[in-house]
Design a protein around this ligand. Structure first.
Ligand code: SAM
Ligand code: SF4
Length: 328
């Protein structure tokens, strides 16, 4: 699948629920309204769409949310999509807050998942509770170590938050090095209304990288996961560190992905509203050929890129939908 700007689209992210057992301050407001259940695609409908994308050339699928592991019976989807590995699909992975990994890590490994991204913004229990509002650090750490035990490679995702975790990045590099995890730092993006001001949270990663270089040797690396991060190897630990910089550096020219929400809306860009609706098509008995045509048509509308701004004068977010709806 090639989009109008010549980019090959080979990566699908699927948000299986907009719900979550945490309420991270940069992601959600405390009092969120979630979608009514009948609006959600069934797991079978999601699997059918994944199959269509694989047929058209998608070779990597990431399951996300919301918190994907709180969707009832989600392991059935991992089972059915995982069965397509080696038959068009090269990689099935997920992004999770880790809270449910003690229950599911082994099943994930059994369904063919080899790598998992776990979001962890701090190693300090009090700060963790503050950032996630409802989460417990111990539970997420148990989840991370359950995943390691199950043989999954782990990448820790941390959103860089000014005045919150900016004094911890050295400790996180060391901790990840000690346990054999890669680390990926992310700039906060203006997606959806939250309770605080984005501008108060925003920390450009160019500053963070300069700070880290005082204590660590960051060697250029051409490692790529198919995602938007730019990677370095930390010479002292041998682990990788990635930087996702949607704000300071626009990475859209190499975008290879589209996102399917739990209601069957395909968003062609995280930062724009261009979309296609698949739920009516699925529920009106569309054939596989009709689904394929609709996917191809949607891709002709993939925009060139996002234009996020974080500005105290702009009281509305750049994009109204939360990351938990579109799928991170
Ligand atoms: N619940 C799972 C988790 O937290 O990993 C998966 C979904 S979450 C929306 C995916 C990723 O998006 C997480 O790493 C989270 O930190 C990040 N995220 C959420 N809102 C964000 C925002 N406004 N800017 C940048 N990253 C954000
Ligand atoms: Fe939930 Fe993930 Fe959003 Fe945190 S970042 S509220 S864990 S969806």
């Amino acid at each position: 699948m090639i989009d109008p700007f010549g980019r090959t689209i080979s990566y699908l992210r699927v948000s299986v629920t907009d719900r979550c057992d945490f309420r991270c301050v940069y992601c959600m407001s405390e009092d969120m309204n979630f979608l009514p259940k009948p609006e959600l695609l069934t797991l079978e409908e999601m699997d059918r769409l994944c199959a269509a994308f694989i047929r058209l050339g998608t070779n990597k699928i990431r399951i996300t949310g919301g918190e994907p592991l709180v969707r009832r019976d989600v392991m059935k989807l991992f089972g059915s999509v995982g069965a397509r590995l080696g038959r068009g699909l090269d990689e099935l992975t997920l992004t999770t807050n880790g809270s449910q990994l003690p229950r599911f890590a082994r099943d994930l490994a059994a369904s063919g998942v080899r790598r998992v991204n776990v979001s962890l913004d701090t190693l300090d229990a009090a700060k963790f509770a503050e950032i996630t509002r409802w989460g417990k650090l111990d539970k997420t750490l148990d989840g991370i170590f359950a995943a390691k035990e199950a043989g999954l490679a782990i990448k820790i995702n941390a959103v860089a938050l000014k005045g919150v975790n900016d004094d911890e990045f050295d400790a996180m590099v060391a901790w990840c090095g000690q346990h054999g995890f890669d680390l990926c730092l992310i700039e906060t993006m203006p997606l959806g209304v939250i309770d605080g001001q984005r501008v108060d949270q925003y920390l450009p990663l160019s500053h963070v990288r300069a700070q880290l270089r005082k204590n660590w040797t960051l060697e250029d690396s051409d490692y790529q996961t198919g995602g938007p991060a730019r990677y370095f190897t930390v010479a002292e630990t041998g682990q990788r560190i990635g930087f996702i910089t949607p704000m300071t550096h626009n990475f859209c020219e190499s975008c290879n992905r589209v996102r399917l929400t739990c209601t069957g809306t395909l968003y062609l860009c995280l930062g724009q509203d261009d979309k296609a609706e698949f739920r009516p098509l699925l529920r009106s008995g569309a054939s596989d050929a009709e689904l394929d045509t609709a996917i191809r048509e949607a891709l002709t509308r993939k925009p060139k890129g996002h234009d996020f701004i974080i500005d105290r004068r702009a009281d509305a977010p750049s994009v109204a939908r939360h990351m938990s709806v579109t799928g991170g």
